[in-house]
Design a protein around this ligand. Structure first.
Ligand SMILES: [Zn+2]
Length: 289
């Protein structure tokens, strides 16, 4: 089951549920999964688990000591285990860590994000403007989710070329890209180190939790990329977990003029053999902010 399958399964599940009040009450999802929720004080680091009774009813237990937004995420994650019929493997690895997470857990997180931020509601409520700290926080508050979850959702559902990068202990773990960015062939290698010159690198180097926005050259972030074009980077560093996130975006005007073949690889313009001129191949397109 790949990520696209998981998202489709989630959307099919959501389609059968009345989601009009879902931003304040997750009960319709819980009922649709033939479950009920119990809140208990669990050990630190344990977010929740599900037990299935002989009659087929599921009991989802969530840690009442965690934040409300965290409990909402846990409920949706447990609903995912039930609906996708995927075994839990919650041992030892903290939930914020992509590092060694079991594929089942990553699938359930993806499913949970779809449930928490149903895409139709998201698209009808997201302001049609460039992202900012305030905009992402507004969306996180609106949907009762964490800031990184809302930023990731913003990148996935945005019309503009946009990416959300999650980093841990100085290395890239995951990059979610908008459709228009994927179509350019823009690629950020998982496991690469946070690039020098990025806002993320600067914040993490300071050693403190902080948030900042700045413009950086696109080739700092994207592999095999042209020079001379800039992008915006809204980065947030969480010192306690040594986790860093960056939302990257740019105007369509600032896209290099390239084509991508159906395998996602970038295609050179083959409209006849170009003469070697010694000139850089991006005349006049660059627009620095
Ligand atoms: Zn799980």
């Amino acid at each position: 089951m790949d990520e696209v399958d998981v998202r489709q399964r989630a959307r099919a599940f959501i389609a059968k549920v009345d989601t009009s009040d879902i931003r304040t009450d997750l009960t319709p999802y819980v009922v649709a999964a033939n479950a009920k929720v119990k809140r208990e004080e669990l050990d630190e680091g344990e977010s929740g688990y599900t037990i299935t009774k002989p009659n087929g009813k599921h009991v989802i237990t969530v840690n009442s000591l965690e934040t409300e937004e965290r409990q909402r995420f846990t409920i949706c994650h447990e609903v995912a285990h039930i609906v996708l019929e995927l075994e839990s493997s919650h041992e030892e690895v903290p939930s914020w860590s992509y590092a060694k997470r079991h594929p089942n857990e990553i699938a359930c997180d993806t499913f949970a994000a779809e449930l928490l931020m149903p895409y139709q509601q998201w698209l009808s409520l997201v302001p049609k403007e460039e992202p900012s700290l305030e905009l992402i926080q507004h969306m996180a508050d609106l949907f009762g989710t964490s800031f990184p979850a809302a930023a990731s959702r913003f990148a996935c559902l945005s019309d503009m070329p946009c990416a959300f990068v999650t980093m841990e202990r100085g290395a890239v773990r995951y990059a979610a890209r908008s459709t228009s960015l994927r179509q350019t062939g823009a690629w950020i290698s998982p496991k690469s180190i946070i690039p020098v010159g990025s806002v993320a690198h600067r914040l993490r180097s300071s050693g403190n939790s902080a948030t900042d926005t700045g413009d950086v050259s696109q080739d700092i972030w994207f592999d095999n990329w042209e020079q001379g074009l800039d992008l915006w980077e809204l980065s947030r560093h969480y010192a306690r977990t040594d986790t860093t996130t960056s939302l990257l975006w740019f105007d369509s005007d600032d896209l290099p003029g390239v084509e991508v073949n159906r395998f996602g690889a970038r295609v050179e313009d083959d409209g006849g053999l170009a003469e070697l001129t010694g000139q850089l191949p991006w005349p006049g397109r660059s627009k620095r902010r």
